[in-house]
Write a protein that binds this ligand. Sequence first.
Ligand SMILES: Nc1nc2c(ncn2[C@@H]2O[C@H](COP(=O)(O)O[C@H]3[C@@H](O)[C@H](n4cnc5c(=O)[nH]c(N)nc54)O[C@@H]3COP(=O)(O)O)[C@@H](O)[C@H]2O)c(=O)[nH]1
Length: 637
Amino acid sequence: MKTRPSEAGTAAPASPATHRLLSSRLVVTGILAAGMALLTVVLALTGVDYWSTRASMLQDSRVEAAIVADNISAAVVFRDTSTANEMLGALRSSSMVISATVYDKDGVLFAHYARDRDPDFPTTLRATGLDGAAERAGWHMLEIARPIEASGTTWGTLYIRKSMAALYMRLGIRFGTALLIAICVMAMATAMVLRSRAAVRDAENRLHELAHTDAVTGMGNRHAFNEKLAAELQGARGAGYRVALVYIDLDNFKTVNDTFGHAAGDGLLRQVAKRLQSVVRSTDTISRLGGDEFALILRLDMDDAALEKYAQRIVSVFQAAYTEVGQQVNVTCSAGIATFPDDAMDMDALVSNADTAMYRAKEMGKNRCVRFDASMNLAVVRRQAIEQALRAELEQGTGLALHYQPVFAANDQSMVGAEALLRWTHAELGSVSPLEAVSVAEDCGLIAPLGYWVMRTACRDAAQWKGGKSLRVAVNISARQLGDPQFLERVMDILREEGLPAHLLEIELTETVLMENMEAGAHTLHRLSQLGIHLAIDDFGTGYSSLAYLRQLPMRRLKIDRSFVKDLPGQEHSRAIVTAIVALAHSLGLQVTAEGVETQEQADYLVRQGCDVLQGYVFARPMPAPQFLALQASASA
Ligand SMILES: Nc1nc2c(ncn2[C@@H]2O[C@H](COP(=O)(O)O[C@H]3[C@@H](O)[C@H](n4cnc5c(=O)[nH]c(N)nc54)O[C@@H]3COP(=O)(O)O)[C@@H](O)[C@H]2O)c(=O)[nH]1
């Protein structure tokens, strides 16, 4: 089985929009936090600035007051008011001074200077509330008093009032400048963050797109499919609608890829995508899951009959031939449908059931769409049981057997060989058909031991067929067997060990086996033929084949599929096909065997058409080895 798409997990992941909202919020929060931090720093610096400026202003004022008090003492001693007023007026140059006053030793106003009018200045020393060397620093004003002394005697008091406005002005300017710088820095930082965020978002979007887009078809890929399906099922649970999942697998894409190359294969996949897009509704989602697998997610607003028709439309869109590879090629599809919540309650089960239905479509002959039903899971269980039983059987080798169906020359009805057919009856599973056993063996890697068991048993039995005429034994080979690099060597070993001459072994390969092993297979087939082994194309007419390729292979026989024989001689279509196949085979130098001959009428018709060998129930059914040995002995007697 192929990889299930839901392996990535079933929870609906956050959408890109949610991611964007979240990261935008983070960015805004980050910018705000940085702004707050910057503002706090500016405020703290302003506080420090305030206290240090205030302290130095106080210090300067003390020095200033001491100098003025010293200089003015003589004027106060000699009660020279006009000189005292003049000296106080010199404080005009100190911009912060509001007023300066000198009180005499009795605390009475002696001299006064005011920058502008200072109506509130205290007219007596007592009214200042200060005496001696004292100072008072308030929020608005700084007051400082200094005694005026001469010859050790205090002659009065100098009282200066200074405004704090200049300090606040300076602080304001500094704070404003710092704030402006902080705002500019923040604005620049924000612009840079937003710019880089935009770049990151673009890159994220691009990455998201790349991670969710299939490079070949431009459709959503497996990731996109997983997310879409999870979201759709979540929506369906909430709103109560149904969802259908259609799993599509191309039937013979590998052959096209191998025949025409990968570029042509990619072109074909793009064409498939276009065709699918042309048939689905705008609300449906198509994804390419990888290789030749596609999936459709449909929100179900139709009944089962309409869904059936819709599925048929999807399958029929593949019917027209593709021309992308330079010539007309037919590629059909097998599809499986499972619906939520009818067939499955969660994503894993839905995917698994659609996959199972698709495999059923393949088993039923491909080129069809199959709706899942619960019994299919029983089939999966049965396949697992077959795998286990086959594993045990190949170790013990008790329940496996070969039956032989004789084949007869068309001209004289003499027996010319037999086809070895696998038979397996298991104690619990009952009779397991060779098709089922081979298919399970191919899937679980047991085809090599099973195939070599068949080959060895057939060669051993055929080496016992002694009689007048040498009989050739035909053995069927599956695709995986031919792909085994050891195949040639193993077959030669078996022939040698069982004592069967190479020319008495015929290997039957279907068209599909040949086309699936074109490169490696051709070399092996040429070597087998050079060693004397006969090669036959089985079930001819049912597969997709490139005749140009087939004619290059060293085939000796072509077996007309029994589906063309069963309607003979009545049906014109079958007659035309058989006539064409016989003519084609003979023109390529191949012998023709008609298989599935059930009536004498069919046998007569096939002889008239020129078939060389006949095989079918009308002559003999497949039989156990001892019975065949007896038949052969009586025929040669
Ligand atoms: N890779 C391997 N494939 C094998 C092996 N053994 C068998 N097979 C393939 O399985 C398919 C089914 O085989 P089986 O059920 O054995 O059927 C064969 C005949 O019984 C049947 N047949 C023969 N004559 C008639 C007839 O007149 N009418 C009729 N309805 N059926 C008839 O045909 C089958 C043989 O077909 P073919 O091989 O195409 O000649 C089948 O495809 C086998 O190839 C195995 O060991 N390995």
